[in-house]
Design a protein around this ligand. Structure first.
Ligand code: ADE
Length: 333
């Protein structure tokens, strides 16, 4: 059997399985192109469980592209708090401004041209919300397809993604929303990474070449990951009266967001005032790890290098990225 034939035979069992087994997720309830775009942005780098509540709250606050377009950026960041990777929030906000002016794009190229939308998100939004036969291929879809076909290609090779996109496009059914989400769902619920695919529950169990060969966990094949760069940093939680110092980060990671005063390398916190407490924390981004030493300092004056806010003001209107979580406890009392 050729790969194309095997894939063509996989469509109907997947649709049937999806209709019986799909999870009841909030973004599957009442869908507009805009709400699908919001869900796909949130799901780009965040797990389904963590997205659920944030998605509902976000759509309650910004139910339409027009409502989001009219918001101010800090308000959008605040509503994004906890999801991390804030560049997504900034891009979604910019996309909403375009959509509010020009309407929602009607083609893959149009969707892909929105800020922050890559091939995968464009495919997902087109398939799920616009009824277009445009596959969305991410790591989960690559995993289930390389297993189905016992394909030894290195999935970090971009040409492999392109080839799978073309193969899927050739077998895309009319019900493209369910097919697209069915592929995602199979990867999330059954054909899971690492040791434990539950092949007994899989609609492809009699079709899967890796299973036939007893080698389901030999796929996907990938190159070893590159290591992350480690950045040592000093973080200051400066208090003065009932206020705390924040800065609007100017460049690099988390730029445009609020954070505690941050210095690369080691520095002496005593120059700012009396050191009350100290703790270390690590935060892991995609390509960088921050190894931070944080100090709680009673500042001798309110330096005008910083914004000074009370804990209540911070809670109400400043999204502090979770990279600083270890130090937030100092302002929460
Ligand atoms: N991951 C990315 N998009 C998704 C969706 N629509 N449903 C479930 N998981 C997803």
């Amino acid at each position: 059997m050729t790969d194309e034939e095997r894939l063509a035979r996989a469509v109907a069992p997947l649709l049937e399985w999806f209709s019986a087994n799909k999870r009841d997720l909030p973004w599957r309830k009442c869908r507009t192109p805009y709400s699908a775009l919001v869900a796909e942005f949130m799901l780009q780098q965040t797990r389904v469980e963590a997205v659920k509540a944030r998605y509902v709250a976000f759509l309650r606050q910004f139910p339409t592209a027009e409502a989001l377009a009219a918001a101010d950026e800090d308000e959008v960041f605040k509503c994004w708090e906890g999801l991390g990777y804030y560049t997504r929030a900034r891009n979604l906000h910019r996309a909403a401004k375009r959509i509010a002016c020009e309407g929602f794009p009607a083609t893959w190229v149009g969707v892909k041209s929105l800020p922050g939308v890559g091939d995968y998100t464009a495919g997902a939004v087109c398939s799920i919300a616009l009824g277009l036969k445009e596959p969305a291929v991410d790591g989960n879809v690559l995993r289930i397809l390389t297993r189905l076909l016992a394909d030894p290609s290195n999935i970090d090779d971009l040409a492999v993604k392109r080839r799978f996109r073309a193969m899927l496009a050739a077998v895309y059914p009319e019900n493209c929303a369910d097919f697209c989400e069915g592929l995602m769902e199979l990867g999330a619920l059954v054909c899971v990474p690492n040791g434990a695919p539950t092949c007994g529950a899989c609609p492809w169990v009699t079709l899967c070449k890796a299973h036939e060969e007893g080698k389901e966990t030999a796929f996907p094949v990938r190159l070893p990951k590159r290591e992350r760069r480690v950045v040592d940093a000093t973080v200051l939680v400066l208090s003065c009266g009932d206020k705390f110092a924040l800065e609007k980060r100017k460049k690099g990671l988390l730029s445009g967001l609020f954070g505690f005063p941050f210095f690369e390398g080691e520095m002496d916190p005593a120059q700012f005032g009396k050191v009350m407490d100290c703790r270390r924390a690590k935060h892991v981004f995609t390509h960088v790890e921050w190894h931070m030493t944080g100090y709680l300092v009673e500042a001798s004056e309110m330096s005008c290098d910083y914004l000074w806010k009370t804990a209540a003001e911070i809670e109400a209107s400043c999204a502090i990225p979770s990279a600083f979580n270890a130090f937030k406890q100092w302002i929460e009392k």
